[in-house]
Each structure stands twice: as C-alpha cells, then as structure tokens.
Design a protein around this ligand. Sequence first.
Ligand SMILES: C[S@@+](CC[C@H](N)C(=O)[O-])C[C@H]1O[C@@H](n2cnc3c(N)ncnc32)[C@H](O)[C@@H]1O
Length: 295
Amino acid sequence: MGSVGEALREGERALEATSTSARLDAELLLCHALSLGRTQLLSRLRDDCPADPFYAYQALVNRRRAGEPVAYIVGEREFFGRRFLVTPSVLIPRPESELLVEEALRVVAGKTRVSFLDLGTGSGCLAVTLALELARRGVAAQGVAVDISADALVVAQSNAQALGAAERISFVETSWLSQPERLSPPFDIIVANPPYVDPSEPSPPELAFEPQGALYSDGQGLHDAREILRTAPELLAHQGTLLLEVGAKKRQQLSGCPEVVALGARVRLFGDDSPHDRFTVVAVAAADEASAVPE
Ligand SMILES: C[S@@+](CC[C@H](N)C(=O)[O-])C[C@H]1O[C@@H](n2cnc3c(N)ncnc32)[C@H](O)[C@@H]1O
C-alpha cells in the first residue's frame, strides 16, 4: 500500500497524460478519499495510507483519467474562498468569475443598501458570494437569483443554506427576464454569466461533463448575452449597473452587435488583467446615468 506520499506520486503519474494539474488533482482526490484538508494531507506524507481509502482513491484517479473534472468527482469547488457544492447539474465555477464579483463590489462600494440580480445562477456562486461579501461590509443586501434549470436551483439553494446566505436571496426558476414581475426590480447591480460557447466551434473535451445548457448559446455564442443586453438594463435602479461576462474572443463581435450599439455611451467593454485575457465584462449603466459607466 505504501505511504500517503507514495500514493500521491502514483496518482500524479497516472494523471500526467490527462491533466495539466496532475499533482494538485491527485492531492484533492486523496484528500477526499482520506477525508482530510490539504494542509493535513501534506503534513502526513510519511504516514501509511490505509487500504480502504487507498482503493477508493484509485477509483477516483481512474475517473479523473477518463476526463471527469475533479470538482464533480469530489462534489465541490472553491470560489472566493468558500466551498461550493457542485453536481453535474451546474457549471463548475470558474476563477475568472471571481473578478466579476470584485467588479460588482467595486461598483456598489459606498452604498448602505443593495439589491442585486444574478442571471443564470448555476451553483449560486455569484449570488451567494455577493450576498455574503456585502453583508461582511455592513451592507443591507437582498438579491434574486434566476435560472432556467430547476436542478441547478436546488444546488444553488443548498449552497445559500450551507453558507448562511439563504435569508438574503430568493431563487426563481424562469428564462432570463421573461417574467420580470416575479423578480421585484429595480436592482442596483445585475450580474450575468450566460452561456457563451459557440456550438459550431470545436470545444475542449472536458466540457462534455458540464451541463450543455450552461455552456452553449446559438448565434455564434451570443444569443443569450444579446437577450440580456436587450432586457436587463430596464430593470436597473437609478445609478444601477449591469455586469455581463462573456468570453474574451467575443469582445470584437459584441462591440458591433445592435444591442451594444443601441446602448451607446451607457456601455463599456473591458477584460481581465491576465496576460491571456480570459473574458470580457460588458458594463451597462442605468438610462439616467449615461455619463456614469463604471470606469
Ligand atoms: C455559464 S453558467 C453560469 C453559472 C454561474 N453563474 C457561474 O458563474 O458559475 C450559465 C447558467 O445560465 C443558465 N441558463 C441558461 N439559459 C438560461 C435561460 N434562458 N434563463 C435563465 N438561465 C439560463 C444555465 O442553466 C446556467 O446555470
């Protein structure tokens, strides 16, 4: 059987051909099998690895070798320093979406009350994080989180419950803004991370494990983003802001689309600070604030 350290090396070797983060994957899978945190695991590298967890770990490594994302295997993913339950019904929260939260917090800084809307909540990572981060800053925050997937909303509600945000968020099963009367507008901040992968382009094989309705959008990946740009600005409060995340490659296309052109000076497109420019944020100011698109 060998030690914990040997088990890790074995897992890492087995995953090298599949994963660009083989060592980290092996650590997370062994943590899960041994019910240990990562710091605890790394402090026990010389201990014997007990048989049953070791066999369980080997089975997890085999699932990872078949391409299944670690987050689905262990059932969770960290986002903004908190652990979110994830199931195959929800998109695995992406690190770049943490920047959307940071931008949202920046936009509402200084307000004492904030109402927010999260369009396409998935695991609830954006809504729950916003609710908790605003509360931590002493802001009276109340939000609505929307998804078309009933299964995703079950996961989002579990996360809100487990992380202590349930009182601050209402969950609504609906398609984008087709039933605005159910959402109690207006909102100071609307965040949206809609599907934006172009179904006609080749996509990486690991995406096959995630819900297709969370990833793909017709119209070269922009159908959903454009619908949100047409309808969401009307639900903004005075000085409110819509923040919409799309892929970095979509910036050019979006900047010429009729919805963005119609919004004129109210819209600003910008990217993250990474050298690879992973995504574009579209910021739209409320109609009464044409000069106040967040800088
Ligand atoms: C890219 S995922 C984002 C999930 C989560 N906000 C995040 O950042 O991890 C898009 C989400 O939009 C939801 N969605 C897709 N079409 C929708 C629609 N027409 N109305 C509402 N939600 C929709 C999907 O179910 C999915 O949960």
